[in-house]
Design a protein around this ligand. Structure first.
Ligand code: MG
Length: 388
């Protein structure tokens, strides 16, 4: 049984990970859980999975959580706050820590887990996009693995098994194209929040559904792919693949290409991140190519998806610019969802904030610099005039 801990156990990644544990109780054992604030669900998870240690990030909720689990025969150690979450990350004999925490809040506990020698099932975007300058040297130093839980990076990681060092030539990330895949670029100024929330293939949270519509999601994945697999930005491309069956591809030095296919189901990449290098037999629905019929591909339109170029630009600038891009995007998307700015203002706002930051960029940032840049970008977006 592989011992694992889950940070963010009540979120989408956390609950899907626990679904897998519930399905394969002979394969995985839960050592620790952390949650932001949902004590009802967390209490139920404690009862079902009997972890050794649990932390609730929102400290005020600790007494309520304590009384909620008072009847449990073998209660876990209960902790609270950022310190508590960090302690769960590094605690005990867990081999892999699933990082399902959203935002820069995920950085500190991820670093704590790495320093404790644990492999990371990577589901927190900021770990690499913002944190790479600090996180990657630690990964090397502590000889741990970053096991991608995102479908695209998992696909690349799966394809790379058995490829010798230096064999990889190019990465091709597939994108569904999001809600506006079939809309002409000149119609995009009129889109509503409702239009943007209709994702064709994946049922996801609001923020990531908007990121799929702008293709920022893919841009951020390009930056993560750069850090995970070590290719430069000229060797990482995006292709629109509306069926979301091929989750990404790699091209090798001899022009051979490898792809990973599967239904659009997050559990598959999650399972592989947990079971790696083992392959676990599942009773999940098998992919039926004949039923699928055809798989199609097209080039993403720069004009329609300006966020893509912003992400490549931030990645190439390096240093703190990816952190600024990511934080600015989160704030811009929040403003759009609140109805305060238009859809096309999202890239405009991000670009303005990035332009302001250029002269402050720093090639060798500390963790404090990263968190400061993230906070700066969030404030900078809020200060831009909204009617333009
Ligand atoms: Mg993805």
């Amino acid at each position: 049984m592989k011992p694992i801990s889950i940070l963010g156990s009540t979120g989408s990644i956390g609950t899907q990970t626990l679904d897998i544990v519930a399905q394969y109780p002979e394969k995985f054992r839960v050592v620790g859980l952390t949650a932001h604030s949902n004590i009802n669900l967390l209490a139920a998870q404690i009862g079902q999975f009997e972890p050794e240690i649990v932390a609730i990030a929102t400290e005020e909720k600790l007494p309520a959580l304590r009384s909620r689990i008072a009847h449990i025969p073998n209660p876990p150690i209960l902790l609270a706050g950022t310190k508590g979450v960090k302690e769960v990350a590094r605690y005990g004999d867990s081999q892999t820590v699933v990082t399902g925490i959203v935002g820069c809040a995920g950085l500190l506990p991820t670093i704590a887990a790495i320093k404790a020698g644990k492999d990371i099932a990577l589901a927190n975007k900021e770990t690499l996009i913002a944190g790479a300058p600090v996180v990657l040297p630690l990964v090397k130093q502590h000889k741990v693995r970053l096991l991608p839980a995102d479908s695209e990076h998992s696909a690349i990681f799966q394809c790379l098994q058995g490829v010798p060092e230096g064999g990889l030539r190019r990465i091709l990330l597939t994108a569904s194209g999001g809600a506006f895949r079939d809309w002409p670029a000149d119609k995009l100024s009129y889109v509503t929040v409702e239009d943007a929330l209709k994702h064709p293939n994946w049922a996801m949270g609001k923020k990531i559904t908007i990121d799929s519509a702008t293709l920022m999601n893919k841009g951020l994945e390009v930056i993560e792919a750069h850090f995970l697999f070590g290719l430069d930005y000229d060797s990482i491309d995006i292709v629109i693949h509306p069926q979301s069956i091929i989750h990404s591809l790699i091209e090798l030095q001899d022009t051979s290409m490898l792809a990973q296919l599967g239904w659009a189901d997050m559990r598959l990449p999650l399972l592989y991140a947990l079971s790696y290098p083992e392959r676990i037999h599942t009773n999940w629905q098998q992919l039926d190519l004949v039923k699928m019929g055809s798989l199609t591909f097209s080039e993403p339109d720069d004009k329609k998806y300006p966020c893509m170029e912003l992400a490549y630009g931030a990645g190439r600038a390096g240093g703190l610019m990816p952190a600024v891009l990511n934080a600015a995007n989160e704030q811009a998307v929040a403003l759009f969802l609140e109805g305060k700015i238009g859809f096309l203002d999202i890239p405009r706002f991000i670009e303005k904030v990035m332009e302001r930051y250029i002269t402050h960029n720093n090639d060798n940032p500390s963790l404090e610099d990263i968190i400061a840049a993230d906070q700066w970008a969030r404030q900078a977006i809020k200060q831009l005039p909204v009617s333009q």
